[in-house]
Design a binder for this molecule. Structure first.
Ligand code: G6P
Length: 438
């Protein structure tokens, strides 16, 4: 297998140049010969632009890689070795409504966690299921690398309900490592973290520098104001006493759970000041990005892409693919079936942990129990995730209501009901499973 075919579903995404840069960087160890960029009719204009830039990047790197663009998903999936899903059902418009609807009910509106992430999951589950049915038929040996959010939920759905070989991936863990390396002012290869939790709910249980436990030192530094965050999350400072009590590294998304009232205030204030939700800001960033991508003289990933939350996306994705292809037995932080890795979680749920990655896939590394101080929250979010998958597959209103009511970011059943009804109405074109009467 030295002629790899890679299919990128959601190829018109503004993140694709990030991915292509990663493929170019690792071209010596990863013989990709064909890249298929796939998108839908609605995404065609963006796909055309990304296709042009991808070709220019590949030409500049003088690589022997054929680039294709297509609206025919099956053509792209057929005989692919790796399928990467990075799609957004309903586009940024749907993301804007995911962020807006909960806020209208005085509840946090975030695209991957809370009620916003729930709406996104309902829209995405049927589409990913369809893609998996294609993979089962047309490229049963392919690896699916899933970046599509909510990545933990989507990966669990695929692993439980299809025969597709899947690994779920997120750029949060790699960002945490890189940020800590920055705080310590060392090369990131010297920093290792024992990760445990769920996607966008992952904790660094222990942090090592050159193999020595540096957890306390790093957490103290965080208390000094060295913060770890990402571009898409409000930059709220962690409470020093909380970090001292937690004695673990929270991920940037934990702000939604541990600083819910401050985040909600920020979001409401943002609306009042007409800053718009993150989706609206991203629409603006994207407009400029695509203008930039169109420039025929541009043949590399432009700096402007750093305004997005997806930093190090390509590092995470392409190094993972290379670890599989080259049978590296290397440690990556991924979303996989727990299978005992976290002993206080069920075996058959997806967790985000370190795993040894080889051509056999990702084998999670045992990390023991979750300490009682985080166990409750993680278990609650996992229950929400399980219910969300069931609701997304069956279209059952009561299951959906239970899912939303179980989510710790939704304050009450009354609010859950209002939000759910708004979500179902707003997304009716994307939720065939709910049989909503128009
Ligand atoms: C982070 C998350 C991704 C998410 C992205 C959004 O990178 O890990 O899951 O898609 O942020 O960034 P954006 O720039 O679209 O707000």
């Amino acid at each position: 297998m030295d002629n790899l075919k890679v299919a990128v579903i959601g190829g018109g995404s503004s993140y694709t140049p990030e991915l292509i840069e990663g493929l170019i960087k690792r071209s010596k160890e990863l013989p990709v010969r064909e890249i298929y960029l796939v998108d839908t009719q609605e995404g065609k204009a963006k796909l055309d632009i990304i296709y042009g830039l991808t070709k220019r990047m590949i030409n500049k790197a003088k690589l022997n890689v054929k680039v294709y663009k297509t609206l025919n998903r099956k053509e792209a999936i057929k005989d692919a070795d790796f399928v990467i899903t990075q799609l957004r059902v309903g586009g940024l418009k749907a993301r804007a409504s995911d962020e807006r609807i909960p806020l209208m009910h005085n509840t946090i509106g975030q695209e991957t966690t809370g009620a916003g992430g729930f709406a996104k999951a309902l829209r995405t589950i049927p589409v990913i299921l369809d893609i998996c049915r294609d993979i089962e038929k047309l490229s049963p040996k392919a690896w699916l690398i899933n970046f599509t959010n909510p990545a933990g939920i989507i990966t669990e759905m695929v692993l439980k309900h299809t025969n597709v070989k899947t690994i779920g991936l997120c750029n949060v863990p790699i960002n945490m490592v890189k940020n800590i390396a920055k705080i310590l002012d060392v090369d990131c290869n010297r920093v290792k973290i024992d990760f445990a939790g769920l996607n966008h709910m992952v904790y660094g249980k222990k942090i090592y520098l050159d193999g020595e436990d540096a957890t306390t030192f790093v957490l103290e530094k965080m208390g000094d104001g060295s913060e770890i965050n990402m571009k898409n999350i409000p930059d709220l400072k962690w409470d020093t006493d909380f970090i001292n009590a937690l004695k673990m590294l929270p991920c940037p998304y934990h702000r939604y759970f541990y600083m819910s009232d401050e985040i909600l205030n920020e979001e409401i204030q943002g609306l009042k000041e007409n800053k718009g939700t993150r989706a609206q800001q991203v629409m603006e960033i994207e407009k400029n990005l695509f203008e930039r991508f169109k420039d025929l003289n541009l043949n590399e990933k432009p700096k402007e892409l750093e305004k997005r939350g997806g930093a190090y996306y390509s590092d995470a994705a392409i190094s993972l693919i290379s670890a599989i292809y080259n049978d590296k037995e290397e440690i990556h932080t991924v979303n996989v079936m727990n299978n005992g890795a976290i002993s206080s979680m069920p075996d058959n749920v997806v967790v985000e942990v370190n795993a040894v990655v080889s051509k056999l896939g990702a084998k999670p590394i045992a990390i023991g129990e979750l300490p009682v101080k985080i166990n409750g929250l993680v278990q609650q979010v996992k229950s929400y995730e399980i219910l969300t998958i069931e609701a997304g597959l069956t279209g059952d209103y009561y299951t959906a209501l239970m899912a939303l009511s179980t989510n710790p970011l939704v304050p009450s059943v009354t609010t859950a009901k209002k939000i759910l009804d708004d979500i179902l109405l707003e997304n009716q074109d994307y939720l065939p499973q709910f049989n909503i009467e128009k």
